[in-house]
Design a protein around this ligand. Structure first.
Ligand code: 5AD
Length: 368
């Protein structure tokens, strides 16, 4: 790619931030081109400050199950990994994670897990109900994979506010290369549209540098984000796991991940963008660099210490003590040194959702 002068780059970044659609060639340049990435990160930071100031929202991540019925080729807890340690948390354990988190100042709890049939519609709904009853000032986010629309509706009725389901890649061809044939791109995207229509603040996202990912696939990701308008976007580097078919592939690059995060901030100025754990795993200051490139969320782990090693999606997953009072103080200091501040807040997206009325049964609005 030709080296361009900074005036041209600024013009292109402004064009993106003003909502104009970019051509294939323009996207390709922003993703692959050799230009000063500081211009991009700086612009992303400026846009983030316009909408969210210097606030950083914290989400308490609770990894409720490492059982998964799926066999995604990149993931350490894939079904056919017989060496993966398996556990699931009881309702009591989950509630006690929330209790610890609340005292520390968390106002969002993210219940994430593999696709585990043990967590039935009713079980999850009951748990969500209890958390919302005990902590009415908190948001509950679910991240439990692809389920029936009825499940999503029941959990929304029970009080769940948000749902995270990374689309992983918006190229159907690429999707097929990193997933088993039992999974389909169409179904995943349908789940995302269902979630959004039900009224969830919905998050999608993708890995950067996953095997077979082309620049076109990343452009497809950006085009999908533009169409879908998610409230949240999770972007992290691919990191190989030693017990998966992708064990010998290289991890995603730091610069490329930061580039995609910053471009996402410009494309979706109001989105909630985490500086992901995977980013913190590939570089000691990965998360700080993410914040400086437009990210505004961090997700410390509130899972019980005894099970953490078993929720092993990729190798060397960053394991901090941020769930403890001292650890959180440390995180706050690091965020402050980077120029931002951790706030005690639900940290809702500034982007509206499809529906907010839980008094009516979803799908039947207008009948009552
Ligand atoms: N490297 C990076 N991210 C991964 N995930 C799963 N496996 C890996 C890996 N090897 C991400 C997926 C999933 C999220 C929970 O973790 O994007 O949606």
């Amino acid at each position: 790619m030709r080296v361009q002068d900074s005036e041209n780059i600024r013009g292109l970044l402004d064009k993106l931030a003003s909502g104009y659609e970019l051509s294939e060639q323009e996207w390709r340049f922003l993703i692959d081109g050799s230009y000063d990435r500081e211009l991009l990160y700086h612009k992303a930071d400026e846009v983030r400050r316009q909408h969210y100031g210097t606030d950083v929202y914290i989400r308490g991540l609770i990894e409720i199950s490492s059982y998964c019925r799926n066999d995604c080729l990149y993931c350490g807890i894939r079904r056919s990994n017989a060496r993966a340690g398996r556990y699931r948390l009881s309702e009591e354990e989950i509630l006690s994670c929330c209790e610890r988190g609340y005292v520390l100042g968390f106002r969002t709890f993210v219940l994430q897990g593999g696709e585990d049939a043990f967590f039935t519609t009713k079980r999850v709904a009951g748990m969500v109900g209890k958390i919302k009853e005990r902590y009415p000032d908190c948001a509950v986010t679910l991240s439990l994979g692809e389920r029936e629309r009825e499940d999503y509706e029941a959990w929304y009725q029970a009080g769940a506010d948000r749902y995270l389901l990374r689309h992983e890649t918006a190229s159907k061809e690429h999707y097929g290369k990193i997933h088993p044939p039992t999974l389909s791109y169409e179904h995943r995207i349908q789940c995302l549209w269902d979630l959004k229509q039900i009224g969830y603040q919905t998050g999608c996202g993708f890995m950067v540098g996953s095997p077979y990912q082309s620049t076109e696939a990343l452009i497809a990701d950006m085009r999908f984000l533009r169409e879908f308008q998610p409230q949240m976007v999770g972007i992290g580097p691919f990191i190989p796991h030693h017990d998966t078919p992708f064990r010998d592939y290289a991890q995603g690059s730091l610069t490329r991940t930061l580039t995609m995060a910053a471009l996402t901030r410009l494309l979706l100025p109001k989105t909630l963008l985490p500086a992901t754990t995977a980013l913190g795993t590939i570089h000691p200051e990965g998360r700080e660099l993410g914040l400086k490139a437009g990210a505004n969320v961090v997700m410390p782990n509130l899972s019980p210490a005894g099970v953490r090693g078993q929720y092993s999606l990729y190798d060397n997953k960053l394991c901090t003590k941020e769930e403890s009072a001292e650890g959180l103080e440390d995180l706050k200091r690091r965020v402050a040194v980077a120029g931002y501040q951790v706030v005690v807040d639900r940290g809702d997206s500034r982007l509206e959702t499809a529906a907010a009325d839980r008094s009516k049964k979803t799908g039947n609005a207008g009948v009552y």
